[in-house]
Write a protein that binds this ligand. Sequence first.
Ligand SMILES: Nc1ccn([C@@H]2O[C@H](COP(=O)(O)O)[C@@H](O)[C@H]2O)c(=O)n1
Ligand SMILES: C[C@@]1(CO)OP(=O)(O)OP(=O)(O)OC[C@H]1O
Length: 163
Amino acid sequence: MNAPQFRTGFGYDVHQLQAGYEFWLGGIKLDYALGAVGHSDADVLIHVICDALLGAANMRDIGYHFSDQDPAYKGIDSKILLKRVMELIRGAGYALGNLDSTICLQAFKVNPHIPAMKACLAEVMEVEEDQISIKATTTERLGFVGRSEGISAYCTVLIYKNN
Ligand SMILES: Nc1ccn([C@@H]2O[C@H](COP(=O)(O)O)[C@@H](O)[C@H]2O)c(=O)n1
Ligand SMILES: C[C@@]1(CO)OP(=O)(O)OP(=O)(O)OC[C@H]1O
């Protein structure tokens, strides 16, 4: 058999934080005074995972597939979008090697929630928890994250297909 084909992808996303919204992150709902604003449930971690996967497969980005102008996606659970992205990736013959992500959030520590996020995402993506890394950082009170005006996240992925 020929050597497998490896491809990397990268995702970055930002959502505003405001009172009166739910706070979905990594597929789970967190209890906080502010929530993330978006057309969907605004789960920034899932969005960067989707973008990294789509980028790795050279399949554009999340907004290309699920437009924020389309009422079908209003308030949608981002886990549904991630499932669809995994179907696209697998449909093109790719499997996930691993993903590594960083959440940028000042307001509270997400470390205690990371095991639940990993378990949730592994189930949605139908991969092993060991293939999913989630990290977190504040921005030392600097910038929009530091002022808790928003949350951002980054993700890299490795996907592969056997030739
Ligand atoms: N929202 C966050 C931010 C950070 N952490 C954890 O705390 C560590 C220290 O954060 P600094 O921004 O001060 O470097 C970081 O390495 C994370 O382990 C967190 O859980 N949630
Ligand atoms: C996920 C989508 C689709 O509902 O909406 P948002 O929640 O606004 O998220 P964003 O990352 O800004 O863009 C992708 C969108 O198309």
